[in-house]
Design a protein around this ligand. Structure first.
Ligand code: DMJ
Length: 673
């Protein structure tokens, strides 16, 4: 700034700025006068000295700035508001489980101990997951938010029930009847699988946690609310009369013990997570932490304990990120390993998990084919998580061995395998039902789990489905329902176990993963049949086994039921397949069929004092003869698949990120980094 004196002393310049000081200003310069009155007078005088044009321009500029200010305030207000809400929301929805370490929303849990050995990850068999650095250990699809984080309740038919405000949603969470939705796990950015093509909603490929966070949670439906209610009712019975035991006996208000390991509780853990049942999950978690002990002198069945306990713990670990479940999974996994110490490496059926000994059933040295070939997803995942190859090596060896075995019929396997010779026994009988079923399921699912690289698995699967088409498919009369029968020494039997109803879902999953469209066609035909196994029966519930009529007879339906087969054990297979069919086609009829089934379970199997019971007679609506037992898979599988079936959120266990084990426990599909 120039002073007058300085200006006067300066040589003349063309861009000289002349400043004239008034007497008052001179005073001011001499003795500082900054009184308000003086300043006001001074500014007013300057204003008056301006020309009219100058004043108009200045006024116009002020007006323009004021308008801009108003506009930008209103447009910035929303983000500010939502930012404020979001941070409040975040505070409100912090996990509230004491002692339960849920993963931080933006950070993966600390790697497990084994991660220190990434470089030493052992070379596995040809059927192996990608090795580090391509394989990421730890829960690959961690649930970074607890299920009760996003609360949005909307019934399908009543949109007025949409809960828009998180505050309101939070209130509902606290009420007795609250229902909580979980929008699925945060997913790995890249998939080794082909881009999915779900009809329900285009799958998203979130590239980061932030992207996932921006997704609007999908509201849960009225039917999902009904499933939650059913689950709570079942859980009430278990809690009141069977807490910590294997199975509830709801009529006698007691329990039964199989392995003495709290089977129902463990089987139900991930279902509670998926249904968003915070309090129930918390209580069960405490039991696992304080009371679940595997160091027990008890014989367990290798297959059943693998799919229910190991599978349940691994899946809960992945969903919750809570390392307690991985520790327990490692413990039981190690204790099951003695089963593989056989001359043929085909595992024994039973293991004493306290003593570390294993043996076949008392009457034979055979194992069941489905049992020894349906433990792979779980043991392979345990190797991936721990970095200890022994689990995967043991189960891969079984698969490689079975791959080379003779005695198959166009890819169809017999039901038994000898633990000494390693050969199939009881040749000539082929079924997709009991004792063989999940062999076929796990061929496809292992292939998917491993990133669709293990060709032998795929070959065996494709060949087997061709075998099914060639030897086991028939059509019933009068409705011409396509069904899968059995073959015994060249003779076809029109018998189909309810267990076979896993097949439409598996076929659909294969088609979704790029296998021939034929498989989807077959899936559509078979799920119709499975539905008819319910719809054609008096209670609307399927029996354990049906026989189809091959010849039209007056007054006869397609489905015949023998007295010994008319029980219903609350099994999941049809609902499981309905879930896959709805996910992949978006056809609402599958939801409607599932809804009918749920209502019939409520009508004929619900015990008023808590729990559901299997029944002896699906043909007698006035007395279905309750059996007084609630199988653990009713909570582990049936209700879980129901809940997923009624959801329109493909990220609620995204089938391009997870593969379900045969007990409905989702495990991550391995993803190359
Ligand atoms: C479950 O334990 C599993 O689904 C298994 O594969 C077959 N049996 C029951 C359910 O029916």
């Amino acid at each position: 700034m120039y002073s007058a004196a300085a200006a006067a002393a300066s040589p003349p310049r063309r861009d000289f700025i002349s400043v004239t000081l008034s007497p008052e200003e001179a005073v001011g310069a001499g003795g500082y006068n900054n009184s308000k009155a003086w300043r006001r007078r001074s500014w007013w005088r300057k204003w008056k000295q301006l020309s009219r044009l100058q004043r108009s321009i200045i006024l116009f500029l002020f007006a323009f700035l004021a308008v801009c200010g108003v506009i930008s305030y209103t447009s910035m207000g929303e983000p500010w508001k939502s930012l404020t809400n979001k941070s409040l929301d975040d505070q409100r929805t912090e996990p509230e489980i004491p002692g339960l370490k849920l993963a931080n929303p933006a950070v993966l849990p600390a790697p497990q101990k084994a991660d220190a050995n990434l470089g030493e990850y052992p070379e596995l068999s040809p059927q192996k997951p990608p090795k580090p650095p391509h394989v990421r250990r730890g829960p690959s699809n961690l649930q970074n938010k607890p299920p009760w984080r996003d609360v949005r309740l909307k019934t399908r038919h009543d949109t007025s029930k949409v809960v828009e405000e998180p505050v309101q949603a939070d209130k509902e969470e606290k009420t007795e009847k609250s229902v909580i939705s979980w929008r699925g796990a945060v997913i790995e950015p890249d998939q080794s699988t082909e881009p999915p093509s779900s009809k329900i909603k285009e799958p998203e490929k979130p590239s980061s946690v932030e992207v996932e966070d921006q997704k609007e949670p999908v509201p849960i439906t009225e039917r999902q609310v009904a499933v939650i209610e059913a689950f709570r009712h079942a859980w009430k019975g278990y809690k009141d009369f069977a807490w910590g035991h294997d199975e509830l006996k709801p009529l006698s208000k007691s329990y039964s013990e199989w392995f003495g390991l709290g089977l129902t509780l463990i089987d139900a853990l991930d279902t509670m997570w998926i249904l968003g049942l915070k309090e129930e999950f918390e209580e069960a978690r405490k039991w696992v932490a304080n009371d679940l002990v595997f160091d027990k002198n008890v014989d367990v069945n290798l297959f059943e304990s693998t799919i229910r306990i190991l599978g349940g713990l691994l899946s809960t670990y992945h969903l919750s990120g809570d390392s307690l479940f991985l520790e327990k999974a490692k413990d039981i996994g190690n204790r099951l390993m003695p089963a593989f110490k056989t001359p043929s490496k085909i595992p024994y059926s039973d293991v004493n998990i306290g003593r570390g000994t294993a043996h076949p059933p008392r009457w034979t040295s055979d194992s069941t084919v489905a049992e020894v070939t349906s433990i792979q997803l779980e043991f392979r995942e345990l190797s991936r998580l721990t970095g200890d190859e022994k689990f995967q090596k043991a189960v891969d060896e079984v698969m490689k061995h079975v791959h080379t075995l003779s005695g198959k019929n166009d890819g169809l396997v017999p039901m038994f395998i000898n633990t000494n010779s390693g050969q199939f026994t009881h040749l000539g009988v082929y079924t997709l039902g009991a004792r063989a079923d999940s062999y076929y399921e796990y061929l496809l699912k292992q292939w998917i789990q491993g990133g669709k690289k293990e060709n032998e698995l795929l070959e065996d699967y494709m060949r087997a489905i061709e075998g099914v088409k060639k030897h086991l498919l028939q059509r019933s009369q009068p409705k011409k329902l396509t069904f899968v029968g059995e073959l015994a020494h060249g003779h076809f039997s029109a018998k189909m176990d309810h267990l076979v109803c896993f097949l439409p879902g598996t076929l659909a999953l294969g088609a979704h993963n790029g296998l021939t469209a034929d498989h989807m066609k077959l899936a559509e035909a078979l799920i119709e049949t499975c539905y008819q196994m319910y719809a054609q029966v008096e209670t609307g519930l399927s029996p354990e086994i049906v026989h189809f009529n091959l010849h039209a007879q007056k007054g006869h339906k397609d489905v015949e039921i023998k007295p010994a087969d008319r029980h219903n054990l609350l099994r999941p297979e049809t609902v499981e397949s309905l879930f896959y069919m709805y996910r992949f086609t978006g056809d609402k009829k599958y939801q409607d069929w599932g809804w009918e089934i749920l209502q019939n379970f409520n009508k004929y199997t619900r015990v008023p004092t808590g729990g559901y019971t299997s029944i002896n007679n699906v043909q007698n609506p006035s007395n279905p003869e309750p059996r007084d037992k609630m199988e653990s898979f009713f909570l582990g599988e049936t209700l879980k698949y129901m809940f997923l079936l009624f959801s329109d959120d493909i990220d609620l266990i995204n089938l391009d990120k997870y593969v379900f084990n045969t007990e409905a426990h989702p495990l991550p599909i391995w993803v190359p980094a």
